[in-house]
Design a protein around this ligand. Sequence first.
Ligand code: UD1
Length: 389
Amino acid sequence: MKITTILGARPQFIKATVVSSEFAARPGIDEEIIHTGQHYDVSLSGIFFAELGLPEPRHRLEVGFGPHGRQTARMLERLEATLEAHRPDLVLVYGDTNSTLAGALASAKLHIPVAHVEAGLRSFNRRMPEEINRVITDHLSTFLYAPTETAVANLAREGISGKRVMQVGDVMFDVVRRFAAVSRRDLLDRLSLVPNQFVLATIHRAETTDDPTRLCAVVDALCKVAQRIPVVLPLHPRTRQRLRSLRIEAPRLGEIRMIEPLGYFDMAYATHHARLVVTDSGGLQKEAFFHRVPCVTLRSETEWVETVALGWNTVVPPDSPDLVVGEIEAALARPAPPEPLIDPYGGGKAAQRIAAHLETLARVIPTASDSDSLRSSWPGSSRPSTSLI
Ligand code: UD1
């Protein structure tokens, strides 16, 4: 079976690593990667291919940055042409970025079945571009790989259920487990950081960076925290641009240690050894949990409700510096929560489950000419969704 994987942004390169290597080990699956070019800097793209051993993309669409409409439209146009020329049996998309949406839409219109990894996540906040992307992608998908029970329930509420929804676990947990042994000791030395005695912060989401009140609240709060414990902040280009355009620079940035974005191994090592993670990222709040590091999430809500229920994550909207400082201080003072009795994220076997499912399909429907029957045979199915297939 010919599978085309569509990737475009940093977290997708990371997630695809484990799934692609499962595909490579299965002779019935022939994968090729399309890189939309949404992320193009080495620090947001190239480094992940090099470090994590992800196969080179077969096609690079080089759409680059632009407003949402233009960026997504460029992707659609180029994806349609590429997919039409290659006619895969199935297209695989990850997460909730503009590349995810464009990949799902282009494929669905060409009647190519779509499989969505990280299906069913909801923040219930339609002001987030990611929420719009993931809702539409789920409704266009033939197969939905949900990471958690909550995600399966979210899909069911929207009328998406049956055999095509599979609770497989979280692929990011697979990645954390796979590379757990990689050491980056020199990183902490270089930054003069002591394990367990620093805060690791990231901010990049449009809701935080594009709202000057929120961005200033985060910066002022981190400055205050940095007076008592080192705060290291790897800067996403979006955040760097916003800080520059608001003229937020030294001395307002105080003791915050701003650094370039980190590669996967450095970031994982820094996360593992942090005393606390403070972030607006969807992925990092979960990675903090995987490393059993407490997290303060700077948002109004989270899709990863399990991390909150288990006591490892606190969600706070960055509406004022005092509010944020208060939550960070409280999190630093709190003892670590107990080890969870159950693992809500699938035990590190999500990629295996996804590949095994697609391999089974490949045996049933092995050729491109049968793609339409593949598409039509699943969505109507009324069998209840399976838990951790
Ligand atoms: C995108 C995703 C977000 C994901 C994030 C991971 C959408 C709507 N958002 O947000 O869900 O969490 O990726 O990082 O798809 N830029 C560079 N170099 C690059 C890429 C981008 O400088 O290689 C700059 C662009 O010029 C732009 C900004 O970063 O100013 C934002 O890039 P964009 O791809 O629109 O979204 P992200 O914020 O990265």
